[in-house]
Design a protein around this ligand. Structure first.
Ligand code: FES
Length: 105
């Protein structure tokens, strides 16, 4: 069953900001990209780098793995550049009554 967890008020995650949340044995980065919210597993598929801590390009909607530089599409979790070639998991994000909610399963 999917589970919905409250992250924070929308005002606490402005465009360009990232918040890392822990859920079970996963860490998930919730990222505001030009006002659109995305959530991506905070573990690079190449070598387990801390993906969501990387630099976000809000125009391209990508995050750059800080370890070896692969760019990942925040919408799909797919890598756009090597060395990573396997997508990372993405999660649904919504806003209800100005609170950011993350759907996990
Ligand atoms: S750990 Fe992310 S590109 Fe290598």
């Amino acid at each position: 069953m999917p589970e919905t967890i409250d992250i924070c008020p929308l005002s606490e995650l402005p465009p360009g900001a990232t918040r890392i949340v822990a859920w079970e044995d996963l860490e998930i980065g919730v990222i505001n990209c030009n006002g659109e919210l995305f959530a991506i597993e905070d573990r690079c598929s190449h070598d387990d780098g801390p993906l969501a801590e990387g630099e976000v390009d809000q125009d391209a909607c990508t995050v750059e793995c800080p370890r070896h530089g692969s760019l990942f599409d925040l919408r799909t979790g797919a890598p756009k550049t090597l060395p990573a070639y396997v997508p990372v998991e993405t999660f649904a994000v919504s806003v209800v009554d100005d609170v950011i909610k993350l759907e996990v399963d």
